[in-house]
Design a binder for this molecule. Sequence first.
Ligand SMILES: [Zn+2]
Length: 129
Amino acid sequence: MEIAKEVHEGSITTQIVETVLNEANQRKARRVVKVNLTIGSLTFLNPEQVQFWYKILTKETIMEGSILEIEGKDGTVRCPKCEYEGDFKYVDDSIFHAPIPVLQCPQCDGKVEIISGKDCLIRSVKMLL
Ligand SMILES: [Zn+2]
């Protein structure tokens, strides 16, 4: 069984902060006050961990003290065999103590393809010019 779990909050949050800082610099912003982020369920990012890293990484930048709003988005899969399309099949995992999605078709047990949910998107940034 293939499990798609990764822990990479630190590096993803670094990318997010760098992207926002670049954008803010280009617009010559004085401060960034709020960032809206959408996280696909398949990124397996823990929002609390993202918040934790965000606080550390924005320290002593114009983003320090800004609000990070995180919105989750469900993933979708498709089965090439039986043409199932929809939510993931979840199994209870003893290591992570939570249901985790697997790449298995809920109908025929075939291997499914991921359609969406692997993305992490900065939806909006509020800054003071
Ligand atoms: Zn199937």
